[in-house]
Design a binder for this molecule. Structure first.
Ligand code: SAM
Length: 288
C-alpha cells in the first residue's frame, strides 16, 4: 500500500540524504539534542541517574538553565519529562508504567489486539499502522524524552484514537506487560551496535527472546527490519537457535522487492537509508 513514504499532516518527513556512509553503515545526521544524557540512557541497567519525584505536583522543582536542579549536582530533571507529565492521556511516563501491567485494555478503554513498537522516534509508522488497523491498540516506546513528548503531541494533534506512547526502554517490557498480553512487537531500525564489544547492547539477545516468549500468546509475532546486514543475521540466528519456540515465517534481504514490499510502511530511517541505496532486511518470527 505505502511503498514510498507518504508525508502526513503533522509528521516530519526525512530530509534529503545527508548522512555519511561509513563502512557500509549510514550515520544519520539527525538532531540529537533531545537525547537524555548518553551516559544515563545507554548505561545498563536502567537510567538510575535520572531521579525525579513521582509526579509533577509532588514538589515544586526550580530548574536552572539546562534542566539542572540546584539542590544537587547529581539531580537532573529533563524538562521534556515535565512536559510529558502534562499529557498523561497520550503518553505514559516510565514511573507510571508498572501498574498498567495486565491492564492495557483498560488504559485503551477497549479489549482489542495489542501491538507494541520499540523505538517509535517520529511516529510515522504507528500513525500509518493505526489507519490500516483501527481494530488494534498500539503502543509506541521511546527512550528519548523530547521524542516521547513530540510523539504525544503528534497523537494529540492527529487525535489518534488507539495509539499511545510511553517513555520506556524496550528491554524493560517485562516490567509493564503481563504474560500473554502483547500480540505483536515491532522493531524498526534499532541501533545495530556495530562493534563487537558493543553487541551486548543490542536489543535482540537470548534473554530478550525469553521475555518476548513469555509476554506473547502462541501466534504472536515479532516484526523486525534493519539496514544492517550483521544485525539481521545476528537476529535470525537467535530465533533459529530457539526454533522449538519460534518459527521464522518471513525473511528477506531486500524487503522493498519482496512479497511484503507493497504493504511495507516506510519509516523515517528506512527512507533515509534507501535514499543512499541501502537495502532493507526484514523478518517476521511467530511464537509457537
Ligand atoms: C535508529 S532510530 C529508528 C527509529 C524508527 N524506528 C525508524 O525506523 O525510523 C531508533 C529509535 O529507537 C529509540 N531507542 C533506542 N534504544 C531504545 C530502547 N532500548 N528502547 C526504546 N527505544 C529505543 C531511539 O531513541 C530512536 O528514536
Amino acid at each position: 500500500m505505502n511503498e514510498s513514504h507518504t508525508p502526513q499532516p503533522g509528521i516530519e518527513t526525512p530530509p534529503p540524504a545527508q548522512g555519511e556512509v561509513r563502512g557500509g553503515v549510514l550515520s544519520p545526521t539527525t538532531d540529537d539534542t533531545d537525547a537524555a544524557p548518553k551516559s544515563t540512557w545507554r548505561s545498563r541497567p536502567g537510567r538510575s541517574a535520572v531521579q525525579v519525584p513521582a509526579t509533577a505536583d509532588d514538589a515544586p522543582i526550580e530548574l536552572l538553565p539546562g534542566g539542572m536542579r540546584p539542590a544537587s549536582k547529581h539531580y537532573v530533571v529533563n524538562p521534556y519529562l515535565l512536559k510529558i507529565r502534562e499529557m498523561p492521556e497520550w503518553v505514559v511516563e516510565g514511573t507510571r508504567l508498572a501498574p498498567l501491567m495486565g491492564q492495557w485494555h483498560t488504559y485503551f478503554q477497549r479489549k482489542a489486539p495489542f501491538w507494541l513498537e520499540i523505538g517509535s522516534c517520529k511516529g510515522e509508522y504507528l500513525t500509518e499502522l493505526s489507519q490500516r488497523h483501527p481494530e488494534v491498540n498500539l503502543l509506541g516506546l521511546e527512550i528519548k524524552y523530547k521524542r516521547t513528548w513530540r510523539l504525544g503531541r503528534l497523537a494529540k494533534r492527529l487525535d489518534l484514537k488507539h495509539v499511545r506512547f510511553a517513555e520506556a526502554e524496550g528491554e524493560a517490557i517485562g516490567t509493564f506487560i503481563a504474560p500473554g498480553e502483547i500480540d505483536r512487537v515491532i522493531v524498526n531500525f534499532p541501533d545495530p551496535w556495530e562493534k563487537q564489544k558493543e553487541w551486548k547492547h543490542r536489543l535482540f539477545q537470548p534473554k530478550f527472546l525469553d521475555q518476548l516468549y513469555t509476554l506473547m500468546p502462541p501466534g504472536g509475532e515479532i516484526w523486525f527490519k534493519t539496514d544492517h546486514e550483521g544485525y539481521f543475521d545476528w537476529t535470525n540466528d537467535l530465533f533459529r537457535a530457539d526454533e522449538h519456540r519460534w518459527d521464522i515465517t518471513f525473511a528477506t534481504r531486500d524487503l522493498h522487492h519482496s512479497a511484503l514490499g507493497s504493504e511495507n510502511i516506510v519509516t523515517w530511517f528506512e527512507a533515509l537509508f534507501t535514499s543512499h541505496g541501502l537495502p532493507t532486511y526484514a523478518m517476521i518470527a511467530r511464537r509457537r
